[in-house]
Design a protein around this ligand. Structure first.
Ligand SMILES: [Zn+2]
Ligand SMILES: [Zn+2]
Length: 588
C-alpha cells in the first residue's frame, strides 16, 4: 500500500468518526510558541486547545503533519532516524477519551489489514505515586488482546510529558507491531523494547489527564484530552514489508535516483544515501516554510543540512550532483499534501547552489591561508582560527597534512564561545543574553552528569561498562555504553539513586593535568578509540569519605560542584546497536 493511500485512509477514517480534518501547520511554530525552533509533533498547533483555552477547532480533529527534529540531525544514517517525517494524529479536546482512542486505533490498523495477533500493546503500570492505568489495561483486554500481547511499563516508557517544567501530562498506550515473529533469547524478558529489532512502535496514544506543577506535583485536569502520533514512514515500512523506512515509497525513489549517478550502491554503503535522501527532504521542506541559510536560528539549521549534504555527496564522488530531479520527486510526491512545496520547487536548487558557492569560496580562502603556514604542526588556536573564519573543519586541516592538538582546538573553541558571549553582552548591555548563558550552563551541567552516569553504571552493572559515545544538548544527555542486555527497572533506579546521592552531597569537581600514560596508569577513563594528546586534562570527584567516585580524561568544561546539577532522571533506556545500550537523561 502506497504512503498516499495510507494517509488518505487515515484522514477519511477519522472524518467518518466525526473528526474535523485540519490542514498541516507550517514547520515554523506560531510566534507565541517559542519552546521549539520547528514543529516537531502533530499536537503542537493545538496546545491552547489542550489547555482548555481559546481553540478555533472542533473538539475532535485529525491531521497529517510534517515534523522536523533538530535533535536527530547527527543520528540520521542509521536504520531509524529522520530529521523530516510525517506524523498522522487524531486529537480530542475534552471530547472522547481512552475507550474511543484505543478503539479507533485498533479498528484502523485492522482496516489497513494488519494482523491483530501481531500487535503488542504497552500501557502504564504505575510508578511512584501515580497509579496504574487500569482503565487502559481493561479496554485492551476487552478488545480481545491476551495478556501475552499486553505489557505494563513504567514512567520512562508509558508516561508522557510535561514538555518543560510544568504542563499537561499523562499515561500512554503504545501499539507495536511484531515484524519477524521470531523470538530471540532476550525477547521474553525485554518485550517490545528488545534490541533484536523484532518489534516496531507504530502508534503512541497519550491520555492527557494530569497537570504537573513546577514542584512535580500532579493534579487531575478538568478537561482531559487525547493526543496521538502515528509515524507514516514506519507504518508504510510495516505495510510495505520492507526492512527499513528508507525502502518505503517515501524514500527509496530518492535513493535510487542518487544511486544512478553514484559510483557505489546503496547495498554497499547505505549511510550516505540515507543522509542525502533525508537531508534533501529536510532542505526542501525548510525552504518551503520560508527558511533561508543564516548564521543563527532556523537558517543555521538549514545551513548545516546543506553542509552535511555536500559532505555525503563528496563521499559518493557526486560533487556536481543534479539536485533538481530529487527535489522534483519530493514535490511530486508530497506537494498536494503540504502547501508551499510546489512554490519551493524552483527555489531549492538555487538556494543550495548559492550556499555551496559561499562554502567553497571561504574554504578556498582558508586553504590559501593554510598554505602560508610554514610548519606542518600548528597550534590549536591557529586551527580553530581557520575553522571559525573559513569553515575549515579539523578533519580538512589534518587531511592537508597539518597536525594540531585536538584538545587545544576544543579549548580555543570554548574560549571563543566565552568571548563572543562577553562581546554580545557589551553590545546589548546585557539584554537578551541570559538565555544563551542558561543554555551553556545546562550543557555544562549535563556534561558533569555524564561523568557521574558512567561512574554509576560501572558501580551498579560492573566495570565492563565503557563509554561508546555521548551527545549533549541543553535539554538532555545521551550516553552510549557497552552492555549485553537491557537494564532492569531496579538497575535504572539504582543508577539514578547513586547519582542523586552524589549530587546531594554537593561534591567538588576537581581538575588536574598529567601525561596520558600517567592518567591511564591511575585508572582515569578514556573513550576507547578516541585520540588524545600527550598531556591531558583529567577531572575527578571525591566523595565525603575522600574516595574517588569518578575519574575521567576529559577536556571539560564542568560545573564546580555536583550540588548545582538538580535532580538526575533517566528518561529512556534502549538498545543502540548490538551490545551497546543508549540512555537519555535529564536534569530537572
Ligand atoms: Zn528479541
Ligand atoms: Zn567529559
Amino acid at each position: 500500500m502506497q504512503s498516499s493511500e495510507i494517509r488518505n485512509k487515515f484522514l477519511n477514517f477519522f472524518k467518518e468518526k466525526n473528526h474535523q480534518i485540519v490542514p498541516p501547520h507550517s514547520l515554523i511554530p506560531d510566534e507565541q510558541d517559542d519552546s521549539v525552533l520547528f514543529t516537531s509533533a502533530g499536537m503542537q498547533q493545538f496546545k491552547s486547545c489542550f489547555l482548555g483555552q481559546e481553540c478555533p477547532y472542533q473538539s475532535r480533529v485529525a491531521t497529517t503533519q510534517e515534523c522536523f527534529r533538530t535533535s536527530d540531525i547527527e543520528e540520521v544514517g542509521d536504520e531509524g532516524h529522520l530529521t523530516l517525517f510525517e506524523m498522522l494524529g487524531n486529537f480530542s479536546f475534552g471530547d472522547y477519551f481512552k475507550k474511543e482512542a484505543i478503539g479507533f486505533a485498533i479498528e484502523f490498523l485492522e482496516y489497513l489489514g494488519l494482523d491483530k495477533d501481531r500487535l503488542r500493546i504497552t500501557y502504564f503500570k504505575g510508578e511512584e505515586d501515580i497509579p496504574k492505568d487500569q482503565e487502559a489495561y481493561k479496554i485492551c483486554r476487552q478488545h480481545g488482546f491476551s495478556d501475552s500481547q499486553i505489557e505494563g511499563l513504567g514512567r520512562r516508557d508509558n508516561f508522557w510529558g510535561p514538555t518543560g517544567v510544568s504542563g499537561p501530562c499523562g499515561p500512554t498506550v503504545e501499539i507495536h507491531y511484531d515484524r519477524t515473529q521470531e523470538e530471540c533469547p532476550q525477547c521474553k524478558e525485554e518485550g517490545v523494547n528488545c534490541s533484536c529489532g523484532r518489534f516496531v512502535e507504530i502508534w503512541n496514544i497519550v491520555f492527557n489527564q494530569y497537570y504537573q506543577d513546577k514542584d512535580g506535583n500532579l493534579s487531575s485536569l478538568d478537561q482531559v484530552g487525547i493526543d496521538t502520533g502515528l509515524g507514516l514512514e514506519r507504518l508504510a515500512m510495516v505495510l510495505q514489508d520492507v526492512p527499513t523506512i528508507f525502502e518505503t515509497d517515501l524514500l527509496k525513489p530518492l535513493i535510487t535516483r542518487v544511486e544512478e549517478e553514484a559510483d557505489q550502491s546503496y547495498e554497499e554503503n547505505s549511510e550516505p544515501f540515507r543522509i542525502i535522501a533525508d537531508h534533501l527532504r529536510g532542505i526542501t521542506f525548510l525552504v518551503a516554510a520560508g527558511v533561508r541559510p543564516d548564521k543563527e536560528g532556523r537558517g543555521y539549521i538549514l545551513r548545516r543540512l546543506i553542509r552535511y549534504l555536500q559532505k555525503e555527496l563528496n563521499k559518493l564522488s557526486l560533487s556536481d550532483f543534479s539536485y533538481q530531479d530529487v527535489v522534483d520527486l519530493i514535490v511530486n510526491k508530497l506537494g498536494e499534501v503540504y502547501p508551499g512545496l510546489e512554490e519551493a520547487r524552483s527555489k531549492v536548487v538555487s538556494i543550495i547552489k548559492k550556499e555551496e558557492k559561499r562554502i567553497k569560496k571561504t574554504t578556498q580562502r582558508g586553504l590559501k591561508e593554510l598554505k602560508k603556514v610554514s610548519s606542518k604542526t600548528i597550534s590549536g588556536e591557529e586551527a580553530f582560527e581557520l575553522y571559525s573564519t573559513y569553515g575549515l573543519s579539523p578533519d580538512k586541516i589534518k587531511e592537508k597534512g597539518y597536525n594540531f592538538k585536538q584538545e587545544a582546538f576544543e579549548k580555543a573553541r570554548e574560549e571563543h564561545k566565552k568571548i563572543s558571549r562577553q562581546g554580545a553582552e557589551k553590545k546589548f548591555g546585557g539584554h537578551g543574553l541570559k538565555e544563551g548563558e542558561k543554555a551553556d550552563f545546562k550543557t555544562t551541567a549535563l556534561h558533569t552528569a555524564t561523568h557521574l552516569l558512567q561512574a554509576a553504571l560501572r558501580s551498579v552493572l560492573g566495570d565492563e561498562v565503557r563509554q561508546k559515545g555521548s551527545h549533549i544538548n541543553q535539554e538532555r544527555l545521551r550516553f552510549d555504553f557497552s552492555f549485553p542486555r537491557g537494564l532492569k527497572e531496579e538497575e535504572i533506579s539504582a543508577v539514578e539513586k547513586w547519582i542523586n546521592n552524589k549530587i546531594n552531597q554537593d561534591l567538588e569537581i576537581k581538575k588536574d593535568e598529567m601525561s596520558l600514560e600517567e592518567a591511564r596508569q591511575k585508572g582515569f577513563l578514556t573513550v576507547p578509540g578516541a585520540d588524545y594528546p600527550d598531556i591531558v586534562t583529567v577531572y575527578y570527584i571525591k566523595n565525603k569519605a575522600g574516595q574517588i567516585v569518578s575519574k575521567e580524561v576529559c577536556a571539560g568544561p564542568h560545573v564546580e560542584r555536583t550540588g548545582l546539577l538538580g535532580e538526575f532522571k533517566i528518561i529512556k533506556e534502549k538498545s543502540s546497536s548490538r551490545g551497546v545500550r543508549r540512555i537519555k537523561a535529564i536534569l530537572q
